[in-house]
Write a protein that binds this ligand. Structure first.
Ligand SMILES: Nc1ncnc2c1ncn2[C@@H]1O[C@H](COP(=O)(O)OP(=O)(O)OP(=O)(O)O)[C@@H](O)[C@H]1O
Length: 262
C-alpha cells in the first residue's frame, strides 16, 4: 500500500524508553511499518507487552517515536487531535454527566438543535434509547462502552483508536459489542485502528490483522481477512485466518490455544 492512499502512515518507527538504570534503554518498537487506508478496520495483535499500546499512543500523538516517520492524513503527528478519538478499556465517560451530556460533550460549539439531533441519533445507534438521563454508575460496563463509542461518533471523529476497548467486559457482552461495532462501522465508514491480544476478536472484526512480534516488536506479518460480515465463527475461512495468525505467533491452536495471548 502506498502513502498516497493511506490515512495512517508509519515508516521505520522505533521507540525506546529509559530503563531503570542510568543510561539503560528498553527497546520496544523496532522498524515498524504500518499503513491504514481511510475507512479500513485494522486490528493489531501481538504478545503481551510487545508494544501494541505504545504504537497506538505514538500514532495517536500521546507518545513521540524515538525515530521514524508517523503521519496521519498527510501530516506529521505532533500531539493528540480531536478528530481522532481514543476509546480505552477503562471507562472514559464522565461520571458526573448523564448519557446525553457525555455524548454531547464534544459538541458544545454546535447549535443546540444540531447537538440535540446528533446526540439522539447516536444514542439510538448504540442502543441506549431510554437511558438518556442515566448516569454512568447506573449503567453496565457494556453500556458505558457504548456511551464512549457514541461520544466519539457524535463528535464526528474520522479515526477511532481503540485499545482493548472490550477487555473488561464479560464474554457474552464482548461478543455483542463486537457485533455492534461492526454494524456501526459499516454504517459510519470510520477508520478504526484496534489493539487487542485476542486473535479471535481480531479475525471477527478486521479487514486486516497486523501481527506483531515479541519485543522489540516489529510487524511480523499482516493477514487480510476477506470474509463477509457478520462473520460466521465456524466457517472454514474464519478458522483458516485464525490459525494462520496463531502459526505466525508460534502457537498451535489445536494443541490447546485459547485465542488469548496473555
Ligand atoms: N512510559 C514507559 N516507560 C518505560 N517503559 C514503558 C513505558 N510504556 C511502556 N513501557 C514498556 O514498553 C513495553 C510495551 O508496553 P505496551 O503497553 O505498549 O505493550 P502491549 O503490547 O500493549 O501490552 P499488553 O498486551 O500487555 O497490553 C512494556 O515492556 C512496557 O513495560
Amino acid at each position: 500500500m502506498d502513502n498516497d492512499k493511506s490515512l495512517i502512515h508509519v515508516r521505520d518507527c522505533w521507540k525506546s524508553f529509559p530503563g531503570k538504570r542510568a543510561g539503560e534503554e528498553v527497546h520496544v518498537l523496532e522498524r515498524v511499518n504500518l499503513d491504514v487506508k481511510a475507512g479500513e478496520f485494522v486490528c493489531v495483535v501481538g504478545p503481551s507487552g510487545c508494544g501494541k499500546s505504545t504504537l497506538l499512543n505514538i500514532i495517536g500523538g500521546f507518545l513521540k517515536e524515538s525515530q521514524g516517520d508517523v503521519q496521519v492524513a498527510g501530516s506529521a503527528v505532533n500531539g493528540p487531535d480531536p478528530r481522532r478519538i481514543f476509546v480505552f478499556q477503562e471507562n472514559g465517560v464522565f461520571p458526573w454527566l448523564t448519557v446525553e451530556e457525555n455524548i454531547g460533550f464534544g459538541l458544545m460549539s454546535r447549535p443546540p438543535r444540531e447537538r440535540e439531533e446528533r446526540v439522539t441519533h447516536y444514542i439510538g445507534m448504540v442502543g441506549l434509547t431510554g437511558f438518556e438521563k442515566s448516569y454512568p454508575r447506573e449503567l453496565s460496563g457494556g453500556m458505558r462502552q457504548r456511551v464512549e463509542i457514541a461520544r466519539a461518533l457524535a463528535a464526528d471523529a474520522e479515526v477511532l483508536y481503540m485499545d482493548e476497548p472490550f477487555g473488561a467486559l464479560d464474554f457474552i457482552t464482548r461478543l455483542k459489542m463486537r457485533a455492534d461495532l461492526v454494524r456501526i462501522w459499516q454504517a459510519e465508514k470510520k477508520t478504526i485502528l484496534f489493539v487487542t491480544h485476542d486473535i479471535e476478536e481480531a479475525v471477527q472484526l478486521a479487514d486486516r490483522v497486523v501481527v506483531m512480534s515479541r519485543r522489540p516488536a516489529t510487524v511480523a506479518e499482516e493477514v487480510r481477512v476477506e470474509l463477509p460480515r457478520p462473520r460466521d465463527l465456524d466457517s472454514p475461512g474464519y478458522l483458516a485466518a485464525r490459525d494462520r495468525i496463531f502459526a505466525i505467533m508460534g502457537m498451535d491452536v489445536h494443541g490447546g490455544g485459547s485465542g488469548d495471548l496473555k
